[in-house]
Design a protein around this ligand. Structure first.
Ligand code: NZQ
Ligand code: ZN
Length: 385
């Protein structure tokens, strides 16, 4: 096992009616800004609950954080914070709102000429404004981690940063807030969380049975409860299990002491930036080709995944690996998510060329062995079993 330090300071309040804790969680002596997205919280009652529970606080609002939040929108929120002397942020929404708030929290207390360069590219900060979150979409794990993904609409780029000063102080996870999600967003969450687990699990076998069993437990839960919630959208228990599975997939626990990959995400982010495909769907496009091309490096873990998660043991190694990649793709399809560029009206050859060239220009090598280059990205995106 690799050496590791584990620290996660986010307080989680999970369950029905937990939004009522806001009045005591949000410091009463601070001016608060509530930051949210395009308005879903106004139609599902979450906004009303939040406002009612902050009625004794001094509150301003910023609405309009978009999916795949942009630098440009985040900087507008920073202006509102500065002109109103705000000192605490409450993010209410999905991963996009929470990610945006991480960037905003850093930009609000650090004066940079170029916040994109300093925060996202150089990760050059060690303090941020305190913030909490009310999660409404189980998917990203942003509610309990210190990573964020921000898009720069001027540059056409989508980049991640991680910094321990942007963990949420608290996150409220009330599964009832997710009843209003369209099934397409539930499916996005299931596939995103599933790929988060695979990025930390399907790497090198370095004898980490605790992390492996945790990861396999999450994968089996996501398969089972993901389908269950799509078929039974009004069942609270299913919603609760899915919500906790998604948070657990990327709150750090399963990633300690193991080699991590993240190449599916890096390639997927560029697909979203170039074509506007939802985050989870971009991952579904990349993953099958990546696993197929990287089958040698990932062989032991792919065979373990096949056996323990899908019960696939028959045939020689390559047959088993092909079969488990197919099963994974069929699982994504079973919740309504395609792994084919053409289903998103994208020409595969054109996309492979364009996305591969981005990594060639950056001269980046990534994946758990740092062996994925822009040239290999082209092959991954064109790979069809
Ligand atoms: O904007 P509103 O009106 O709130 O609508 C949102 C949005 O249209 C809607 N929604 C959210 N909660 C809802 C709801 N609709 C009805 N009922 C509810 N309860 O759902 C739509 C999608 O929301 P969004 O926040 O964009 O989705 P998600 O949570 O999947 O976040 C995606 C973003 O997270 C990043 C992705 O790259 C993407 O930008 N990621 C962040 C990570 C992290 N911080 O660790 C890791 C992930 O891999 C991911 O990259
Ligand atoms: Zn993701």
């Amino acid at each position: 096992m690799n050496n590791f330090t584990f620290y996660n300071p986010t307080k989680i309040l999970f369950g029905k009616e937990t939004i009522s804790n806001l009045s005591s969680l949000v410091p009463s002596n601070k001016k608060v800004i509530i930051i949210y997205g395009g308005g879903s919280i106004k139609s599902n009652g979450v906004y009303e609950q939040v406002i009612n529970n902050l009625k004794n606080h001094d509150v301003v609002e910023f609405a309009g954080i978009e999916s795949n939040p942009t630098l440009q929108t985040c900087m507008k929120a920073v202006d509102v914070i500065k002109s109103n002397n705000v000192s605490f942020i409450l993010a209410v929404g999905g991963g996009s709102v929470i990610d945006a708030v991480k960037f905003i929290a850093a930009a609000a207390v650090n004066n940079y000429d170029d916040p994109w360069q300093s925060i996202v590219i150089e990760n050059n900060f060690n303090n941020a404004m305190e913030y909490g979150s009310v999660l409404t979409l189980p998917a990203t794990g942003s509610e309990m981690n210190c990573s964020a993904v921000i898009s720069n609409s001027e540059l056409g780029e989508k980049m991640a940063f991680s910094n321990s000063s942007v963990y949420p102080k608290f996150s409220i996870l009330d599964p009832s807030t997710t009843f209003s999600l369209p099934s397409s967003q539930v499916a996005n969450g299931v596939v995103d969380a599933y790929v988060h687990v695979l990025e930390q699990y399907l790497t090198t076998d370095i004898n980490t049975p605790v992390q492996d069993r945790w990861a396999e437990g999450l994968l089996l839960t996501l398969i089972d409860q993901g389908r269950y919630v799509i078929d039974n959208p009004n069942d609270y228990e299913g919603r609760a299990n899915l919500m906790w599975a998604a948070t657990s997939a990327l709150n750090g626990y399963i990633g300690v002491g193991v080699d991590q990959d993240w190449s599916t995400h890096m390639i997927g982010h560029e697909i979203t930036a170039a074509y506007g495909v939802d985050h989870a769907r971009s991952l579904a496009i990349v993953l099958p080709g990546l696993l197929s091309i990287q089958r040698k490096q990932k062989e032991k873990k792919l065979l373990q995944y096949a056996k323990r998660v899908w019960g696939v043991t028959q045939g020689d190694k390559n047959v088993i690996i092909d079969e488990v990649i197919t099963r994974t793709t069929l699982f994504f399809q079973s919740v309504g998510i395609s792994s084919r560029f053409v289903d998103y009206d994208i020409n595969p050859e054109e996309a492979a060329e364009k996305i591969g060239n981005i990594f060639i220009e950056r001269g980046q090598l990534f994946g758990e062995n740092r062996d994925i280059s822009g040239e290999l990205v082209k092959k991954i995106l064109l790979n069809r079993q």
